[in-house]
Design a protein around this ligand. Structure first.
Ligand SMILES: Cc1cc2nc3c(=O)[nH]c(=O)nc-3n(C[C@H](O)[C@H](O)[C@H](O)COP(=O)(O)OP(=O)(O)OC[C@H]3O[C@@H](n4cnc5c(N)ncnc54)[C@H](O)[C@@H]3O)c2cc1C
Length: 412
């Protein structure tokens, strides 16, 4: 039986390997690092003596490709039902909780306690403008400036597109709103990984693939693509063919290095600071283990045991500061709001400088499809044209789509 090579053991490569293996293919998965997961991984932090993630990941019910992957490998996440998203405005110190409606119609906008304080239902028509925007419009252009941009659409744009509202593509944010808020409560339900992303998503996939006979080769870096062969750092050459393709599921900057015909994509950083709380908290303000902060520095807080993780997306300026300064700034805000001691507790700052693409209208035009690479080399990864922002769902979908019907009907 011929071998199908998959390069990159992030969610996209793992999802492709799972689908191929389920279809009876013999798969070799090559990964440059010594662990799988890529931009979605956990590790033991010695200073905190806790397992932490490289960044808090929000997973929603509206992630069918990710859940298909999870089901196939026997992974599990903790469901938070019913969906509710508490927010707190740092400037006027007011809170509110968005509780998505059961069905497709967003009745919640008619409920004053679910709306931003001081807004009326008509203010939410900006959501419709995002969904119907043309490809060149940014979020700020589609919803126009004002309070709703500062307090709702802007924060959503940063959280979902990891791009500022002045540059994020309106249509892409609208697409996510269609798949979540317009699909009802179940689609908006958050799913958490209490033991970390690696335990929930990655370890089960690696174990399942190995149990099915898939060979996973860590510390095996692809260094070149040369005349129909993948060339690895130990000199190994693995051939691929039009009818026995390989799948390239590496990060966008690696793909552009290996295939110079691909565009060079702009990326944006995400900063995540993990704090070991001096005084444990059972819940965050708003009654959940997570909280959105508007018009503050930290944007998304999440609580896992005695670790509070604070995420800042589209964090170009913040990511340029030293970790200690970032921790001090973010902790000052947390200590004040939670009534914790102001002294900086043990912390770990993660700066993912190239967390996702910059989802600008210009970038969106350039994202390639799975078959836009050389013949026989299929492209996968969150950065390919999935119709979604760079997310776990986009990554899983790209990996599954790479294993298309023609691929499976080609000779084994
Ligand atoms: C801090 C942070 C927060 C995020 N928050 C969220 C969130 O809340 N919700 C959400 O859905 N998504 C979130 N994301 C995005 C999500 O993590 C990514 O979209 C997803 O993990 C990308 O998966 P991928 O497989 O496409 O790419 P990657 O994870 O980048 O995987 C590529 C793999 O290829 C390997 N590789 C690279 N070069 C080579 C080579 N030359 N040879 C062999 N292997 C190679 C890498 O080591 C890596 O394992 C976040 C990302 C970050 C960084």
């Amino acid at each position: 039986m011929s071998v199908t090579h998959v390069v990159g053991a992030g969610i996209a490569g793992l999802a492709a390997a799972v689908r191929l293996t389920k279809a009876g293919r013999k798969v070799v998965l090559h990964e440059a690092a010594n662990q799988a997961g890529g931009r979605c991984r956990s590790f033991h932090d010695a200073k905190l003596d806790r397992i932490v993630d490289n960044g808090t990941h929000l997973i929603l019910g509206a992630n069918p490709a990710l859940f298909e992957f999870l089901k196939a490998v026997g992974g599990s996440l903790q469901e938070c039902a019913p969906a509710a998203f508490p927010f707190f405005d740092r400037q006027d110190c007011k809170g509110w909780t968005i509780k998505p409606s059961k069905g497709a119609l967003p009745w919640w906008v008619l409920n004053p306690s679910a709306r931003l304080p001081g807004t009326n239902a008509l203010d939410y028509l900006g959501g419709l403008r995002l969904m119907t925007a043309g490809p060149d419009a940014t979020v700020a252009q589609a919803v126009r400036t004002g309070e709703m941009l500062d307090r709702l659409w802007g924060p959503l744009c940063e959280a979902i597109l990891n791009s500022s509202p002045q540059e994020g593509q309106a249509r892409l944010l609208g697409e996510v709103l269609k798949r979540t808020l317009l699909k009802g409560e179940a689609a908006c339900r958050p799913y958490l990984a209490p033991l970390g992303l690696t335990a929930a998503l990655i370890d089960p996939a690696v174990a399942w693939l190995r149990a099915q006979g898939c060979e996973i080769r860590f510390n095996h870096r692809l260094t070149a693509i040369d005349s129909g062969a993948l060339v690895f750092d130990d000199g190994e050459r693995a051939r691929y063919y039009k009818d026995v393709p390989a799948i390239l599921a590496v990060a966008p900057w690696v793909a552009s290095d290996l295939l110079p015909a691909l565009p060079r994509f702009e990326t944006r950083p995400i900063v995540c600071a993990h704090f070991l709380l001096p005084k444990p908290e059972e819940k965050l303000p708003g009654g959940r283990a997570y909280l959105g902060i508007v018009r503050g520095l930290g944007q998304w807080w999440s609580l896992r045991g005695d670790v509070l993780s604070v995420t800042v997306s589209a964090a170009t300026d913040l990511a340029s500061l030293p970790g200690e300064d970032i921790a001090a700034k973010l902790w000052a805000e947390c200590a004040l709001m939670l009534g914790q001691a102001p002294d900086l507790p043990p912390y770990r700052v993660m700066k993912e400088q190239r967390a996702t693409l910059a989802h600008t209208p210009a970038t969106e035009r350039l994202r390639p499809g799975p078959f836009d690479g050389p013949p026989g080399l299929i492209l996968a990864g969150d950065w390919t044209a999935t119709g979604l922002p760079c997310t776990l769902e986009g990554a899983a979908l790209s990996g599954q789509r790479a294993v298309h019907r023609d691929f499976l009907s080609s000779p084994c």
